[in-house]
Design a protein around this ligand. Structure first.
Ligand code: SAM
Ligand code: NAG
Ligand code: NAG
Ligand code: NAG
Ligand code: NAG
Length: 406
C-alpha cells in the first residue's frame, strides 16, 4: 500500500489505544470511540489501527456484542476512514454488511440483555496500592438491559455506582477486612469491587427480583460465588450474599442481624415515596445499640411485602431550614471513630437530580438522628475511568452518614 513505509510505529499500548478498547467495551458513544481511534493512530485510522480495532474489539469471543451498537459503530468508523481517504479493510466491511442484514427482533426492541465491560484503569499514583491488580486494570463484565426501567431501574449501570466503585478502589483501606452491606445494588458492580479489595464480607441487596437474578449472573460471570440467604459470617472472600430486601418491608429484626461495619448505596435517593423507608433502613443499620425510635419499628404491617413504596405515612414537606444539619461532626472524627470502634458508617453516592427530593432525604435523616456529611471534596477518588467521557465524576456527591449519639 502506498505510504506504508512512512507510517511510524504505532504505540498500540499507548493511552489513546488503551482508552479506545476500554471505551468500546464499555459501549461509550461511537463518536467518542472514533476520536480515540484517531488519536491511537496519530491522526488517521490507518490499516494497522483498523487491524487493531478488528482484533481487540470486533472479533472478540469473550463478550456478546450488541448488534445495534456495533452496527452504528461500524457505520461511523467506515465513514470516518473513507472520508480521510484511507482504505477500509475487508473484515470491517464484511462485518458491517452482516450487522446491516440483521433485523432487530422483538427481544432487541424490548428488554434485551447485552454485556458491557467496565475497565478500571489504575493510574501511576495508585500502582503501589495492594488493590491495584498487576495488570493495572480491573475489568468487570456486566449484563445489563437496554431498557433503563427494567428490574425497577436495577439492570442498568448508573453513574453513582461507577463513582462509588472508584471510591472503593481508591480508598481500599476504608473497606478491606470490613463487613459491607449495600442497599439497592442493581447490577452488582459495587459488590465486585468490594470483593476485589477483600472486604471481609460482601452483602448486596435489592428490592427487585429480576434485578437480583441479573446481579447473581453478574457476580458469577466475575468468578464470585453467590448465596441468596443471610449468613452471619462469610465462608470465603469470593462469596457474595444477595438478599431480597425491599426497604418498605424490611423487618427491623432482619436488619439488625446484618451488623455491617459499612453500609453502601449508589443512586438510591430519587423516589420521594421510598425515602422514609430508605432512611429507616439506614437508621436501623447505623444505630445498632438503640432501637430506631419512631414508634413504628417494624413497618412490615404498614407496607405489605412487594408493594412498592406507595403507602408512605411520612410526608415530606420541604422547608428551607431543614436538611442543613447543625449537628454535623468532622469527617475525621467519623473516620477515626469508625476505625477504632467499627462504628457503622454509610457511604452513599448520589446524583442530585431534584433538589427537593435531596433535601427531603436530608430532613428525614436529621429527624432520624443521622448525620449526613458531604465528603465529595475531602475524599476525591482517582479517575479510574478516563475513557468514559459520558460519565462525569463532578456530577456525583459522596455522602458519609452515621448515627449521632447523644
Ligand atoms: C437507580 S438504581 C441504582 C442501581 C445501582 N446502585 C447503580 O447505581 O447502578 C436504584 C436501585 O434501587 C433499587 N430500589 C429502588 N427502590 C427500592 C426499594 N424500595 N427497596 C429496595 N430496593 C429498591 C432498584 O431495584 C434499583 O436496583
Ligand atoms: C477471528 O477470531 C477467530 C477466533 O479467535 C479466529 O479463528 C479468526 O481467524 C479471526 N478472524 C480474523 C479474520 O482475524
Ligand atoms: C432475537 O435476538 C436475540 C438476541 O440478540 C437472539 O438470541 C435470538 O436468537 C433472535 N431471534 C430471532 C428469531 O432472530
Ligand atoms: C481483619 O479483622 C479481624 C477482626 O476484625 C482481625 O483479627 C484481622 O487481623 C484483620 N485482618 C487484616 C488483614 O487486617
Ligand atoms: C433523636 O435523638 C433525640 C435526642 O436524644 C431523641 O429524643 C429522639 O427520640 C431521637 N429520635 C430518633 C428517631 O431516634
Amino acid at each position: 500500500m502506498a505510504g506504508e513505509d512512512s507510517i511510524q510505529e504505532l504505540e498500540l499500548s499507548s493511552p489513546p489505544c488503551l482508552h479506545f478498547i476500554a471505551a468500546f467495551l464499555a459501549m461509550e458513544p461511537p463518536d467518542i470511540i472514533i476520536s480515540f481511534a484517531r488519536d491511537c493512530g496519530g491522526g488517521k485510522i490507518l490499516e494497522r489501527v483498523q487491524r487493531f480495532i478488528w482484533e481487540h474489539c470486533i472479533n472478540r469471543t469473550d463478550t456478546k456484542p450488541f448488534a445495534p451498537y456495533l452496527r452504528s459503530f461500524l457505520k461511523k468508523l467506515i465513514v470516518e476512514i473513507e472520508s480521510s481517504g484511507e482504505v477500509v479493510i475487508d473484515e470491517l466491511y464484511e462485518k458491517y454488511v452482516y450487522y446491516m442484514s440483521l433485523k432487530d427482533n422483538e427481544s432487541v426492541k424490548g428488554n434485551a440483555r447485552f454485556s458491557k465491560t467496565i475497565s478500571f484503569l489504575f493510574p501511576r499514583e495508585c500502582w503501589d496500592l495492594s488493590s491495584c491488580p498487576k495488570s493495572r486494570k480491573l475489568e468487570v463484565l456486566l449484563h445489563c438491559s437496554v431498557n433503563m426501567l427494567e428490574g425497577d431501574t436495577g439492570c442498568t449501570i448508573w453513574p453513582s455506582s461507577l463513582f462509588l466503585s472508584e471510591f472503593i478502589l481508591s480508598f481500599p483501606e476504608v473497606f478491606t477486612n470490613k463487613s459491607c452491606f449495600e442497599v439497592g445494588s442493581g447490577v452488582g458492580l459495587v459488590g465486585i469491587c468490594l470483593a476485589h479489595i477483600k472486604a471481609s464480607q460482601v452483602i448486596l441487596s435489592d428490592g427487585d427480583l429480576s434485578t437480583l437474578a441479573n446481579m447473581r449472573l453478574n457476580l458469577e460471570s466475575n468468578k464470585l460465588t453467590t448465596r441468596n440467604d443471610f449468613l452471619e459470617h462469610a465462608v470465603d472472600s469470593n462469596m457474595v450474599q444477595c438478599l431480597h430486601l425491599p426497604w418498605e418491608s424490611a423487618a427491623e429484626n432482619e436488619l439488625l442481624q446484618i451488623k455491617p461495619d459499612i453500609v453502601l448505596g449508589a443512586d438510591v435517593i430519587y423516589d420521594p415515596l421510598c425515602l422514609p423507608h430508605l432512611v429507616r433502613v439506614l437508621a436501623v443499620l447505623l444505630n445498632r445499640e438503640g432501637l430506631y425510635a419512631d414508634g413504628r419499628n417494624d413497618r412490615s404491617d404498614v407496607c405489605p411485602r412487594n408493594q412498592k413504596c406507595a403507602k408512605s405515612n411520612t410526608c415530606c414537606v420541604f422547608d428551607g431550614s431543614l436538611g442543613k444539619s447543625t449537628r454535623n461532626i468532622d469527617h475525621n472524627d467519623v473516620y477515626m471513630h469508625n476505625g477504632l470502634q467499627r462504628w457503622p458508617v454509610a457511604y452513599i453516592a448520589s446524583v442530585i437530580r431534584n433538589i427537593d427530593t435531596f433535601n427531603c432525604f436530608l430532613a428525614l435523616a436529621e429527624e432520624a438522628n443521622l448525620s449526613v456529611l458531604d465528603i465529595t471534596e475531602k475524599m476525591k477518588p482517582f479517575n479510574l475511568l478516563p475513557y468514559a467521557k459520558s460519565y462525569q465524576q463532578s456530577s456525583i456527591r459522596m455522602l458519609c452518614i452515621s448515627y449521632l449519639s447523644k
